[in-house]
Design a protein around this ligand. Structure first.
Ligand code: PMP
Length: 359
C-alpha cells in the first residue's frame, strides 16, 4: 500500500497465474500449455515479420487475421474481434457487455479471473453453485441475470456442456449477453459458434494459447453478433489501439492455414489425456471426464495440497487450488508421453504402491 495508489488499485485482488519456474528437468503440468510446439509454418511467418517493417505500427483492426478467422469459422468479418490473449478479450467483454443492474452470473467453481475483472470494473456478480458432480446445471441459471459467463469446457473441472444445453441457456436469457469462454473447446467439446447466427446475445471467446500452442504469442478472439463486436471494439479503441503486433498477427494467420498440424496436435493431446486418465484411475484416483487438455482428479486417501507438494519434490509441477469444494483436487495438464510417464511414476512412488506400467 502506498499513499500514491488510487483507491481502485488499493482495492484490487489480482489474478495469480500459474508459476513459470526455472528448474532443471522440470515436468511442468500446471498452466495448460501445449506440450508440442506450434506449427513450423507459424515460426516461419513470425521470422518473416522480424524485419525492417517492425518500425511501422501494425494494422490496428488486424483485418487480415480477422478475415482469416471469419473464413475459418464461416462468419462475417464484422462478427470477429481479436485481442492480446483471450484474457484481454474477456476483460473488454466484462467492461463492454457484462456490467448491468442485475448481477452477472457465473459458476462458483470456474476460471478465477472472472471475479478479478468484476472487482476491476465494479460489476455485481452471483456465483451459481455447480451440482454435486461439479457440473454446471443450466436450470440453476433461471434467476435474474444482467449477463452470464460460462467456460465450456469449464475450468478447472474440464467438464463440458452440449451445444443443446448452451442453446437452452441462451433461449432462457434472450435479454442478457451470454459469453461462452471456449479456451479448451478444441479438445473434445462442441463449439457454440453455430449458434451465433440465431442468437444476438451470444459471444464466443477462443484462444490460440492452448490447442494452437501459442500461449507466448498472446492471441485470443471473440465471435458474435456485430453489435457485440462493436461494443468490444469501442472499449479496445479506448484502451489500446494496437493490441496485436505484426508477428502475432502473422503467426496467428499461419496457424489457421495449417489445419492438418492443428488437428494432429489436438488428437495427440486427447490420446495423452486418455492414457493419463487410465493411469491415474489405476492408481486409485477419481478422474472427472475431461474435454480439455488437463484432468481434474482427487485421491480418496491423499490431500490435494500434500500430493502437489510431494510432486514438486520430484520436480513435477501441477496446479492445486485451495478454494472450498475443490481443495482435494489436482489439475494436471496433459503433457508429452514422457511427461505423463514421469507424472505417473512420481505419483506411484508417493502413494507407495510400486511402479506402474501405463498402457
Ligand atoms: N479462459 C480460460 C477458461 C482459461 O483457463 C484461460 C487460461 N488461463 C484463459 C481464458 C486465458 O488464456 P489466454 O489469455 O492465454 O488466451
Amino acid at each position: 500500500m502506498s499513499r500514491f495508489w488510487s483507491r481502485l488499485t488499493h482495492d484490487l485482488r489480482p489474478y495469480v497465474p500459474g508459476e513459470q519456474p526455472h528448474m532443471a528437468e522440470l515436468v511442468k503440468l500446471n498452466t495448460n500449455e501445449s506440450p508440442f510446439g506450434p506449427s513450423p509454418r507459424v515460426l516461419e511467418a513470425i521470422r518473416a515479420e522480424a524485419a525492417e517493417t517492425l518500425r511501422l505500427y501494425p494494422d490496428p483492426q488486424a483485418t487480415a487475421l480477422r478475415a482469416a478467422l471469419a473464413a475459418y469459422h464461416r462468419v462475417r468479418l464484422e462478427q470477429v474481434f481479436v485481442g492480446n490473449g483471450s484474457d484481454e478479450v474477456l476483460a473488454h467483454a466484462f467492461a463492454a457487455l457484462l456490467k448491468h443492474d442485475a448481477p452477472l452470473l457465473f459458476p462458483d467453481i470456474t476460471y478465477s479471473f472472472y471475479p478479478v475483472y468484476c472487482r476491476l470494473f465494479d460489476i455485481a456478480y452471483e456465483a451459481v453453485p455447480l451440482d454435486e458432480a461439479l457440473q454446471i446445471r443450466v436450470a440453476d441459471y433461471r434467476r435474474p441475470a444482467g449477463a452470464i459467463i460460462v467456460p465450456n469446457p469449464n475450468a478447472p473441472t474440464g467438464l463440458a456442456l452440449s451445444r443443446g444445453a448452451i442453446a437452452t441457456l441462451l433461449e432462457e436469457h434472450p435479454d442478457a449477453p451470454v459469453v461462452i469462454d471456449e479456451a479448451y473447446v478444441d479438445f473434445g467439446a462442441e463449439t457454440a459458434i453455430p449458434l451465433v447466427e440465431s442468437h444476438p446475445n451470444l459471444l464466443v471467446v477462443h484462444t490460440m494459447s492452448k490447442s494452437r500452442a501459442l500461449a507466448g504469442l498472446r492471441v485470443g478472439y471473440a465471435i458474435g453478433d456485430r453489435d457485440l463486436i462493436e461494443a468490444l471494439t469501442r472499449v479496445k479503441d479506448s484502451f489500446n489501439s494496437y493490441p496485436l503486433g505484426r508477428p502475432a498477427q502473422a503467426g496467428a494467420i499461419a496457424s489457421l492455414e495449417d489445419e492438418a498440424y492443428f488437428q494432429q496436435s489436438c488428437a495427440r493431446v486427447i490420446e495423452g489425456r486418455e492414457r493419463l486418465s487410465r493411469g491415474l484411475v489405476r492408481l486409485g484416483f477419481e478422474v472427472l471426464p475431461s474435454s480439455a487438455n488437463f484432468v481434474f482428479v482427487r485421491h480418496p486417501a491423499h490431500e490435494g495440497a500434500a500430493l502437489a507438494a510431494a510432486l514438486r519434490q520430484q520436480a513435477v509441477i501441477v496446479r492445486h487450488f485451495s478454494a472450498p469444494r475443490i481443495s482435494d483436487y489436482l489439475r494436471i495438464t496433459v503433457g508429452t508421453d514422457g511427461q505423463i510417464d514421469r507424472l505417473l511414476s512420481a505419483v506411484s512412488d508417493i502413494l507407495g504402491s510400486g511402479p506402474t506400467t501405463p498402457s
